[in-house]
Design a protein around this ligand. Structure first.
Ligand SMILES: Cc1cc2nc3c(=O)[nH]c(=O)nc-3n(C[C@H](O)[C@H](O)[C@H](O)COP(=O)(O)OP(=O)(O)OC[C@H]3O[C@@H](n4cnc5c(N)ncnc54)[C@H](O)[C@@H]3O)c2cc1C
Length: 394
């Protein structure tokens, strides 16, 4: 077992860290307050290869491995979690399934733009009555000649209004339930596409979450991704990879919060000492770091399994997301505690991190749904399965 990073992985991590410190950290708090989407900074990360990290170079991507990908997301989230979610969605649940299931023409049309960060991608599965129970979605797609007409309302669309490509799931055969869902690549310029509302959120305030209304939205038949009825399978497969990214986002937020707390503890004085000299504070910091390391190990394990083509990635991704998503909430709680009243002030970064962290155990599958996936897997395969790379994998 070798946990050392390759030169390429280190280079990506260090380049992204330098960029985030120099160009994003100075404005992160203000962007949150003004709900300002960091479009220029995201474009720059796209130029560095961060929008299509897992996509081969021939399609404009960085051709990196999943470890490099999670390192990138961790570094972004350590400074600005709102940018990390836009990157995670574009990479994991838009570019990757497009590469995996797209036709040559679809790849040619959209992948290079996505991979270079010229456009962002959005994933449109959730509806008002279909969150955890995604098969309950009601958006309809009806084929009319060589055009599908889509009708329905998608909610909580990350980067909605800012994206150049929307990956939309709709029912082509409502009687078939989960097997009647089909995936579509929708451009915002298609007739009948409209951003109807933005959410007013607790955290991630500089990342837009939109409601998208599709009113007889005309989507060319050539923009169907995969066959009719394959949509939910494509969505769930994409979410397996997506959860590894969201878990990395959690580790990044937690790491940022730990660094802020340790630094504050060393300069804040009480009772004639720095508070870092109190054992109560030291123990909080020690617990925070230990939990972060445990979560990072789960994330790296899932990322490694993703690259080695392991079966049952789903349960590994779910374990990483479950643990990291709950860990980050414990860590940011302690980071605020170490800061005292300063941690409750909008002038501290940990106040923003506290709000940003809350959603991690909710989106891309709640903690309860992750537990269902993990339990289903362990009861089906036995409780003592070690992680296995696919036979013959590197
Ligand atoms: C900031 C943000 C960004 C998002 N971005 C996107 C996006 O880009 N694209 C997209 O499609 N969606 C997005 N979502 C939606 C998100 O994925 C859903 O909110 C999530 O899947 C949960 O669905 P829900 O909110 O409808 O909760 P519900 O499904 O209504 O769940 C409510 C509660 O019931 C529990 N529950 C539900 N079913 C079960 C069960 N069988 N057993 C036990 N407990 C259960 C849940 O765990 C939860 O605690 C986003 C959400 C947020 C907050």
């Amino acid at each position: 077992m070798d946990f050392s990073l390759t030169d390429d992985q280190r280079l990506i991590r260090d380049t992204v860290r330098r960029f985030m410190e120099a160009e994003v950290r100075p404005n992160a708090r203000q962007n949150d307050r003004e709900e300002k989407f960091a479009a220029a900074e995201l474009r720059h990360l796209g130029e560095l290869g961060c929008c299509g990290m897992l996509i081969p170079e021939e399609w404009g991507g960085a051709g990196a491995d999943s470890i490099a990908y999670v390192l990138m997301l961790e570094e972004v989230a350590r400074v600005d979690a709102a940018m990390a979610v836009a990157l995670s969605v574009t990479n994991s649940v838009v570019a990757w399934p497009l590469y995996n299931h797209g036709t040559e023409a679809q790849r040619r049309k959209y992948l290079p733009q996505l991979s270079r960060g010229e456009i962002l991608g959005s994933f449109c599965l959730t509806e008002a009555q279909a969150g955890s129970d995604s098969a309950a979605l009601q958006t309809r797609a009806v084929l009319d000649g060589d055009t599908y007409r889509l009708n329905g309302v998608k909610t909580w669309v990350t980067s909605g209004g800012q994206s150049g490509l929307y990956f939309v799931f709709a029912k082509t055969d409502p009687q078939a339930g989960a097997r009647g869902i089909t995936a579509f690549l929708v451009e915002p310029s298609f007739p009948g596409f409209r951003v109807s509302r933005y959410e007013d959120k607790m955290g991630l305030r500089s990342s837009r979450s939109a409601e998208i209304t599709l009113s007889d939205c005309q989507v060319p038949a050539e923009n169907r991704l995969g066959g009719e009825g394959q949509g939910l399978k494509i969505a769930l497969e994409a979410l397996d990879g997506g959860r590894v990214g969201i878990a990395a986002q959690a580790v990044g937020i937690a790491q940022g919060a730990l660094e802020a707390a340790a630094s504050y503890a060393k300069q804040r004085r009480a009772f004639g000492k720095t508070i870092s000299e109190f054992q109560a504070i030291q123990w909080m910091l020690a617990d925070m770091q230990t939990e972060i390391e445990a979560a990072r190990a789960l994330v790296w394990q899932a990322a490694w399994l993703r690259d080695t083509g392991a079966a049952h990635l789903g349960a590994y991704a779910s374990r990483a997301k479950l643990y990291a998503g709950e860990m980050v909430n414990r860590v940011v709680y302690k980071a605020v505690q170490v800061h005292g009243s300063m941690g409750y002030s909008r002038e501290s970064d940990v106040e923003r991190m506290y709000r940003d962290a809350r959603v991690i155990s909710i989106y891309e599958g709640t903690s309860e749904i992750q537990r269902m996936i993990i339990a289903r897997d362990l009861l089906a395969r036995g409780a003592a399965q070690p992680p296995q790379a696919a036979e013959g994998a590197r």
